[in-house]
Design a binder for this molecule. Sequence first.
Ligand code: HEC
Length: 124
Amino acid sequence: MRRSWPDADSCDDRAASVMTSSQRRFDVIRPARLLIGVIGAILVFLSVGATTAQIDSRMPEGPNRALVARKCLSCHDASNFVGTAGRSRAAWDVKIDDMILYGMNITPEERALVLDYLATYLPP
Ligand code: HEC
């Protein structure tokens, strides 16, 4: 009686019944495929997380919300700046400088957009 392998249709029948090495190949290939699947799933999860999940739902809708999320949620969560009393434009301006001192990377253009968002949507 011919032995049937769990994954026999993806494999040459003749080779499976004759060659013992194909059995060994199965042992290696099946966990390898599983591993590739798991890694793929993790990568998809991470890329989705990087583009969407980082926007905190407490952040008001508005232009450049995603940019602000990208810039401001890399070191701490949004609790630092949403749900607080809010700030005037001048105070946000100073606060952004504080964050730059903490090590935030931001171009002058991005800084202006982030300041607009904060001053408009998180006022005192
Ligand atoms: C390079 C890391 C980093 C980035 C990026 C960053 N912060 Fe901060 N932030 C800190 C650190 C460090 C503190 C002080 C410790 C704490 O409260 O977690 C802080 C605290 C704060 C506080 C509360 C403390 C205070 O002085 O009132 C606010 C508000 C704040 N951040 C806003 C922002 C905003 C808005 C952005 C985006 C423009 C931002 N942060 C981006 C590191 C960062």
